[in-house]
Design a protein around this ligand. Structure first.
Ligand SMILES: [Zn+2]
Length: 426
């Protein structure tokens, strides 16, 4: 193969850059419209990073003497950044389709939890499963996400609770991170639930004294890599004080704070996140006005999860209020055995209809802002020279079809590309 470049995408009807001035996130008025080029081409180098984006004729002139490993004619099609899913629980064993039936009949999340179902069911099955079984199902799920346009996904542990099983999950995530093309941001979520026989405070002590030092050691040896620390801050799970202690200890060992807060009850989790310098707080169905203001000031992103509110019939988080106050709003699928959704296009659609977000707001929330929530917006989340060549090509003349055609993404997405390499072709 003669030098040259990896990939040339030619003459797209639209190239949605999302932003074009190196912004790390988009908030407030910047979300009214996104940067879109018409009739444009894009070049990715052999290093996987974007080398040029511009009018098709100008790119053709500039690169007429160059060779490419692959060229794709994008006439009549749109190029968008690869989607970023900022919140998932994708490593587990034990389907919970039976609980979906219970919920349809009126049971709440807490009803199921107290009847020994919910997370405890998944924890038991995940503890019993071998690393190989967990990897195999995890890999399949990542494939589904990727074919729905996701090129960067946050993956949490948290169905082990014991150190042994948490480490098993993190090793499974590490294997995928090293072997697969999809980008992965790794979150330790050992404080996802309080293990049976312990109080929240005892569980917090165990995490701080035993789990976190072990993670640090394994990170130093290069055995696993962890980016973020998460806690399920909720009434009857981890109270505010235990949450604070765990998150602060995680931050002290070098992890980014990214946690579940204000979901079922107002907990002042948003205020805590702002105070601790959290990168993100997820859920926020019950966030206070003060919490919203504090998050906006602290540039702590809000990861909203439209599937959870939809499936659990919770009240919707106040996305409009957050957007109006300048909070950095991101989106995640919350993929887990309780909310079985792989698809960020479906998530964006739900965000628009149920949370009253505009389509540009939803796309920014599923690209640049979701990358920000993971501390990755300097390399991912928009199409700009110098960023990773992570993108999707859809077969429609306007990018909004990706949101408009509810559930139609499998028909629309022609290519998924990571670092300039085609990882899915329809
Ligand atoms: Zn979650």
């Amino acid at each position: 193969m003669a030098g040259g470049h990896r990939l040339l995408l030619e003459n797209a009807r639209q190239v949605v850059l999302v932003c074009a001035r190196g912004e790390r996130f988009l908030a407030g008025a910047a979300l009214r419209s996104l940067e879109v080029l018409e009739g444009a081409s894009l070049v990715v180098g052999t290093d996987g990073f974007i080398k040029a984006i511009g009018p098709a004729d100008a790119i053709q002139k500039q690169f007429s003497e160059e060779t490419f490993e692959e060229r794709i004619d994008c006439s009549g099609k749109c190029i968008l950044p690869g989607l970023v899913d900022a919140h998932t629980h994708p490593v587990w064993a034990g389907e919970r389709v039976h609980e979906f039936a219970m919920k349809l009949a009126g049971a709440t999340y807490m009803d199921i939890h107290q009847a020994g179902g919910g997370i405890n069911f998944t924890v038991e099955r995940t503890r019993q499963a071998s690393e190989e079984e967990l990897y195999s199902s995890f890999q399949q799920r990542l494939g589904c996400m990727m074919r729905a346009g996701t090129t960067l996904v946050e993956c949490k542990s948290g169905y082990g609770l014991s150190l042994e099983t948490e480490l098993k999950m993190l090793r499974v995530i590490e294997r995928a991170r090293r072997n697969l093309d999809i980008g992965i941001s790794v979150t330790y979520c050992g404080a996802h639930s309080v293990p049976k026989g312990k109080t929240a405070s005892e569980a917090a002590d165990d995490i701080i004294k035993n789990h976190l030092p072990r993670l640090k050691e394994l990170g130093r040896n290069g055995e696993i890599h962890v980016d973020n620390i998460d806690v399920f801050c909720e009434k009857g799970v981890f109270d505010l004080d235990s949450t604070r202690r765990i998150l602060q200890s995680g931050k002290d060992t070098g992890l980014q704070i990214n946690f579940h807060g204000d979901e079922l009850h107002p907990m002042k989790a948003a205020e805590l996140g702002a105070e601790l310098g959290a990168q993100a707080v997820s859920h926020l169905e019950e966030v206070s006005d003060e919490g919203i203001a504090a998050m906006a000031t602290a540039r702590c992103s809000a990861v909203l999860l439209p599937t959870t509110a939809y499936m659990l019939r919770l009240k919707q988080p106040r996305a409009r209020k957050m957007l109006d106050e300048g909070v950095i709003v991101a989106l995640g699928s919350d993929f887990n055995p309780n909310a079985y959704c792989f698809s960020m296009p479906v998530v964006m659609h739900l965000a628009c209809v149920n949370m009253r977000m505009s389509m540009p707001e939803a796309l920014a929330a599923a690209t640049i802002n979701a990358a920000y929530a993971l501390g990755k917006s300097h390399t991912q989340g928009s199409l700009e020279v110098g960023k990773q060549g992570d993108l999707i090509i859809i077969n429609s003349p306007r990018w909004e079809h990706l949101i408009y055609q509810f559930g139609g993404h499998h028909e629309l997405i022609d290519y998924v590309i990571a670092k300039g390499k085609v990882i899915y072709k329809k």
